[in-house]
Ligand binder design. Structure first.
Ligand code: KDG
Ligand code: MG
Length: 398
């Protein structure tokens, strides 16, 4: 069996998605997600201009060898563009292998370790009444766990709270930030949410890389009475050692890793048991092959999976995640933001979302087909993630 063609499809059914389609001489094809939010065309070029020529004529069954040759062979390692491109190849090859075996991918990863995959959804509000309505809506949709994001008094636009449109369409929106105001406000919000929804509902929060270790330690301690399922990305964790201070001062569980690309980003965090959940996406971590290895490394440290699954992971990347979630033992939770009808017309998927739980379906492969005609009706639209500034105008982590 040989790879005879590989094409990159960029489509924007409401938001941009980059998909790699690999075709073989047997007529079997596979899909991989290469979407890197705000930098989509860089990955499309990396694939089209540099990776596709290397794939033609090779054996699609040699997944490990292909992964190693793309990672080591480029000499320039790591980074989100490189690893999203490698991820797309890796997932497309797993899709092909599973289709040839006539099995859903999770069967090749060890088979089902559970009946279904537990998820969490997002709720946000500028004010408490808005936030309560959003939490109620998620509960009604069946979500068993909910991420809570809130506006902060005195700030106009804050991460995770809807809106923040760009002043010039196609250029980054500007959000604002004041850490002291946030640290004063957030514990009061969780106190109110617990009072409204009771002690049982698992609640999560994403600090989105904005705090110093000292600030994160204080916040984690102040949130302890509200029993969070996790506090996510409390610090910019490129400085892994910074988590030692956070860990020493709080028992609030910690989740980190959606911007990480390789196992080296996690080395200290995992081996010193400084976190409780790893957040990498299949799409940004080089695919199913390395993410499965990371989960296996994390397991003896009692660290569980929590694969990143916001709107900017395409249904292809999400499907690959759900197959992994089904198979690994140390599964924790899966983030699931859902998709619009327009996206569902472009990506036909076997995975289902019922009562707040996902199932990958039993279609051979990853269970997603791309309708290329529908995709072509939604051409790429330039878009950026927001930029975050302190009240004096200084750029801050977003
Ligand atoms: O592209 C950036 C988003 O994926 C990110 O902001 C979402 O933090 C996020 C999350 O936890 O889903
Ligand atoms: Mg996050």
């Amino acid at each position: 069996m040989k790879i005879v063609d590989a094409t990159v499809v960029v489509t924007s059914p409401g938001r941009n998605f980059v998909t790699l389609k690999i075709e073989t001489d047997d007529g079997v094809s596979g899909l991989g997600d290469a979407t890197l939010n705000g930098r989509e065309l860089a990955v499309a070029s990396y694939l089209r201009d540099h990776v596709v020529p290397l794939l033609i004529g090779t054996d699609p069954h040699r997944i490990e060898d292909t992964w190693q040759s793309l990672y080591r062979g480029a000499y320039w390692r790591r980074g989100p563009v490189t690893m999203a491109a490698i991820a797309a190849v890796d997932v497309a090859l797993w899709d092909i292998k599973a289709k040839v075996a006539s099995l859903p991918l999770y069967q090749l990863l060890g088979g089902a370790s559970r009946e279904r995959v537990r998820t969490y959804g997002h709720a946000s509000g500028g004010s408490l009444p808005e936030l309560f309505d959003a939490v109620r809506a998620r509960i009604e949709q069946g979500y068993p766990a909910i991420r809570v994001q809130t506006g902060v008094p005195g700030l106009r636009r804050v991460y995770g709270v809807s809106g923040s449109p760009a002043v010039d369409p196609g250029l980054p929106a500007v959000e604002d930030w004041d850490t002291a105001a946030y640290l004063r406000h957030l514990p009061r919000v969780f106190e109110a949410v617990r009072a409204e929804f009771g002690p049982d509902l698992p609640l999560l929060h994403d600090a989105h890389h904005r705090l110093t270790p000292q600030q994160a330690a204080r916040l984690g301690k102040e949130l302890e009475p509200y029993d969070l399922f996790w506090l996510e990305d409390c610090t910019p964790a490129e400085n892994q050692e910074g988590l030692r201070l956070v860990r020493r001062h709080t028992t609030t569980p910690l989740a980190i890793g959606e911007v990480f690309n390789t196992v080296f980003d996690y080395q200290t965090l995992v081996t010193e048991q400084l976190i409780d959940f790893v957040r990498s996406a299949v799409t940004h971590f080089g695919g199913v092959t390395p993410l499965k290895k990371l989960f296996d490394l994390a397991a003896p440290y009692q660290i569980r999976s929590a694969i990143h699954g916001p709107e900017d992971i395409s249904p292809v990347g999400m499907a690959a995640a759900i197959h992994l979630d089904m198979a690994i033992h140390n599964f924790g939770i899966q983030e699931y933001a859902g998709y619009t009808d327009r996206t569902d017309e472009v990506f036909r998927r076997a995975f289902t979302f019922v009562d707040g739980h996902l199932h990958p379906g039993d279609t051979p492969g990853i269970g997603v087909e791309l309708d290329e005609q529908a995709a072509a009706a939604h051409p790429y639209e330039r878009s950026y993630l927001p930029v975050n500034r302190l009240l004096d105008g200084t750029v801050h982590d977003w």
